[in-house]
Design a protein around this ligand. Structure first.
Ligand code: FAD
Length: 615
């Protein structure tokens, strides 16, 4: 069977790649191992979170799938960091993992441009620009190939001294890349990730835990869904805490820990530590949060976030039962760690295509990232660019100054990371601008570039027109100093500062006022009804107008500079560049000045020569 694009792997990266590529009406084959549902969640049953909620909204505005699935399967909605600045506030949705995968199956399998093939890929070959893909059953061919094989390349799982080959519990491993494809480098250093034991939900004493109910005001991810509509019943998550006994049990079993007795060699994510990491890295700290989260409405298990472990089964049971509220907890599935091969992403360009094997793309955990959202963001980039390239159209490259997906892709392709890569807001130089509330304004120019005419494209045009109207209203509406409206916003001290006629925009910038409630009340005063989404984005944009304008100007300058095309071959043949810099440049093959700048070890002198266009 011949396809325009074949995607290997039906995880979060694979389904996102297939979904966007299908919007170009191409013939897509999605080949994935039998027995694993599409979009399944092997670890934490949640979508979003700090830095990641932004990615889900970016994907949604670009025409992605993740937001649609998360809304449909959402059983608890929260805004993280809601007491902090708007820039770092993010949506997090607890999902029913079965419903999530069921919805993914429904959307992908029913898509007439995608054929889902449940077979294991054994080998891949490329001849005359065509990839042939051999599976356990037969052979397929494609012009473009996207590999999204997650944690399956030579996957090996560990629980105590028990080691099993497999990509995740209950699943076989995939051959290593060397067996699948020659010419592609995997990293010498394998990566590792882990998951906690799953607890029987009927054996937990919830009265001893702090309850965290769902927040009915949190807006859905997908722009065409009603903002606060919930598709299924909402349930609570709970907060528990470790104590000196818990950490003592772990410390006493150091020699049985595969991570600390030398059995596991792979490196894990620093920002997603196992409970063993916490015990040994912070020997003086005994109290750590453990979020007890439902895995689904009809599932019998709770996911204890924060205590992932590869310790032997009996040690896991013992430390779990030392936690208040979990004294009688039973474990349904024990925690484990998995080690796997990852690709050297410095061989990929900004579209995630391999530098030497044209038409071959990589996305997701196989690229050394960790997390569903990171995988989905890359899946989108690989999928959209494989489709654009198939149609001989310009690639889609998101600028790092405008999106978290752009930050991630540039970070991954510019340097080898020494541990699994996760997104968080501090990775962006521009987080005051890259917020959740203005995602549509940021992403619409990119979506427009795709020349697609789906329902979301019409929605975006309507939304942006309304946005402009409200922005204009704020600039043009002058509130007289005698207006009763001002009285509600000020105590006697503040009123002194408002003794003049001022515009709504100026009012929103007053330091002591919450811009969102101020704009809501102002609109009520003028008898205007406006959507909550719109009020939020306009209010925040106006409040931070000055900073945003300054950072936009700076970004515009940086963007111009960073997107300046460079000729890496010319640079490495120059006599003005050190041997070491040349070696690094040849390995990464940067296409833009921005990418060159991010390469570790590039000397300022080289940057100066390139920036001055002397090369
Ligand atoms: C044990 C464990 C713990 C994790 N812990 C966390 C965590 O704490 N936090 C977090 O955010 N993320 C965690 N993750 C990672 C999260 O699951 C991934 O980031 C995410 O699923 C990656 O998506 P992906 O699409 O890249 O790969 P996956 O979702 O793993 O999908 C890979 C797909 O490729 C298919 N496949 C593989 N090889 C072949 C082949 N040869 N032929 C056909 N199909 C193939 C598989 O069937 C699978 O469908 C964990 C994962 C595991 C397994």
């Amino acid at each position: 069977m011949k396809f325009d694009i074949v995607i290997i792997g039906g995880g979060h990266a694979g389904i996102e790649a297939a979904y966007i590529a299908s919007q170009f009406k191409l013939k897509i084959g999605l080949i994935t191992m039998p027995g694993i549902p599409l979009g399944s969640a092997p670890c934490n049953p949640s979508v979003g979170g700090v830095g990641k909620g932004q990615v889900v909204r970016e994907l949604d505005a670009l025409g992605g799938l993740m937001g649609i699935l998360a809304d449909h399967a959402g059983i608890q909605f929260r805004t993280l960091n809601d007491s902090k600045g708007f820039a770092v506030q993010s949506t997090r949705v607890q999902i029913d993992k079965d419903l999530y995968a069921k919805k993914a199956e429904e959307i992908i399998v029913e898509n007439s441009f995608i054929k889902v093939i449940r077979e294991k890929v054994i080998s891949i070959d490329k001849k005359n620009d065509i990839f042939s893909i051999t599976t356990s059953e037969t052979e397929y061919s494609a012009s473009k190939l996207i590999l999204t094989v997650g944690t399956f390349l030579n996957g090996k799982m560990h629980t105590g001294s028990v080691q099993t080959l497999g990509g995740r519990i209950g699943c076989e491993a995939s051959n290593g890349l060397d067996g699948l494809l020659s010419n592609v480098k995997t990293r010498q250093q394998r990566f590792k990730t882990g998951t906690p034991p799953r607890l029987d939900k009927n054996t937990i004493d919830y009265s001893k835990l702090e309850e965290q109910p769902s927040d009915s005001t949190v807006r859905n991810f997908h722009c065409l869904h009603k903002p606060n509509q919930r598709y299924v019943a909402q349930v609570s998550c709970y907060l528990a805490k470790t104590n000196p006994d818990t950490m003592g049990i772990i410390r006493d079993n150091k020699e049985k820990s595969p991570m600390f007795n030398g059995q596991i060699k792979g490196v894990g994510a620093r920002y997603c530590p196992s409970i063993e990491d916490k015990a040994f890295r912070y020997p003086d700290k005994n109290i750590h949060h453990v979020f007890i989260e439902p895995e689904g409405l009809d599932l019998e298990t709770m996911y204890p976030s924060g205590i992932s472990s590869s310790l032997p089964a009996e040690v896991q049971l013992s430390y779990v039962r030392s936690i208040e509220g979990l004294e009688k907890a039973e474990i349904k599935v024990y925690g484990y760690a998995v080690e796997y091969d990852v690709v050297d992403t410095t061989q990929l360009n900004l579209t995630l295509e391999h530098n030497e094997l044209a038409g071959l793309y990589f996305a997701g955990q196989v690229n050394g990232t960790s997390g569903y959202e990171e995988a989905a963001g890359q899946g989108f980039i690989a999928g959209v660019n494989a489709a654009l390239s198939f149609l001989n159209l310009e690639p889609l490259i998101l600028n790092r100054h405008e999106s978290y997906i752009g930050v991630m892709i540039e970070d991954l392709t510019s340097n080898l990371r020494d541990e699994p890569y996760r997104l968080f807001t501090a990775r962006s130089e521009n987080r005051l601008y890259i917020r959740e509330d203005n995602t549509l304004q940021r992403m619409n120019p990119y979506r427009t570039q795709l020349l697609l005419h789906e329902e979301i494209d019409q929605y975006q045009v309507r939304f942006l027109a309304k946005y402009k109207n409200l922005m204009d209203f704020c600039d043009e509406t002058m509130i007289p100093e005698t207006s009763e409206l001002l009285v509600q916003f000020s105590g006697p001290t503040e009123l002194q500062k408002l003794v003049r006629r001022l515009s709504v925009s100026e009012l929103l910038r007053q330091g002591w006022l919450n811009p969102i409630t101020t704009l809501e009340k102002t609109l009520q005063h003028y008898g205007l009804q406006v959507d909550g989404d719109l009020i939020k984005t306009v209010a925040i944009s106006k409040k931070y107008d000055g900073y945003i304008k300054r950072s936009e100007d700076q970004n515009e300058r940086l963007k111009k500079m960073d997107s300046m095309k460079i000729d890496w071959q010319k640079i490495i043949s120059s006599g003005n560049v050190s041997f070491e810099c040349k070696q690094r440049i040849e390995r990464i093959r940067p296409e833009t000045f921005g990418q060159l700048k991010l390469i570790e070890g590039i000397r300022p002198a080289t940057l100066v020569v390139v920036a001055s266009k002397a090369l």
